[in-house]
Design a binder for this molecule. Structure first.
Ligand code: 5GP
Length: 192
């Protein structure tokens, strides 16, 4: 049986990765979503095991120690990481999985899984990105400024990705990503 695709959807915080990813999952119910572990506190409406596995710093450090994470990154004073076993089991079962993660973590996944498909979601502009982060209303000014600085650094890493998708409209962005997935399934793989 051929393995599933490991699709990494990345890009700056606030670009709409979460929204695009959930819309994509509605369109492609067979696409498996990797639920990350994090030390940040849940936002209103977020559920343990659905949006994230919410962990204490100690629990997270234990996961690192026991090699349970495929990658992890410290981002704006919190840890975020991808549980390894679930990803490996899913692709070995021939199912496609999508990881919605920040840029440093995506680059670490690329070292371990160069055959992954790396998609960078871009905002139409940096001003638009700031509006979106402010509009979410969940962050204070210092956090917004910090996130904007991180975003500018993150965009400079786009060259390491296979695809760039502009998130001008959610449905259009989803269609572009679906096209990428279809194309990747049709690809002739020369060295396996
Ligand atoms: P938020 O706090 O807004 O949910 O997420 C902050 C950033 O962490 C986002 O860019 C999100 O994509 C990223 N993130 C979520 N899960 C993971 C993960 O498992 N690993 C890494 N490296 N980043 C993640």
């Amino acid at each position: 049986m051929s393995k599933g695709l490991l699709i990494v959807l990345s890009g700056p915080s606030g670009v709409g990765k979460g929204t695009v990813c959930s819309k994509l999952r509605q369109r492609l119910p067979e696409l498996v979503y990797s639920v990350s572990a994090t030390t940040r506190s849940p936002r209103l409406g977020e559920e343990h095991g659905v949006n994230y596995f919410f962990k204490t710093r100690e629990q997270f450090l234990d996961m690192i120690e026991n090699d349970q994470l495929l990658e992890y990154a410290e981002y704006v004073n919190n840890f975020y990481g991808t549980p390894r076993d679930f990803v490996e089991q899913t692709i070995n079962a021939g199912k496609d999985i999508i990881l919605e993660i920040e840029v440093q973590g995506a680059l670490k996944v690329k070292e371990k899984f160069p055959q992954g498909i790396f998609v960078f979601l871009l905002p139409p502009s940096l001003d638009e990105l700031k509006d979106r982060i402010e509009g979410r209303g969940t962050e204070n000014k210092a956090t917004i400024d910090h996130r904007m600085m991180v975003a500018a650094d993150e965009i400079s890493l786009i060259e390491h990705y296979d695809y760039a998708v502009v998130n001008d409209e959610i449905d259009l962005a989803c269609e572009r990503i679906q096209s990428i997935i279809v194309a990747e399934h049709c690809k002739v793989r020369k060295s396996q």
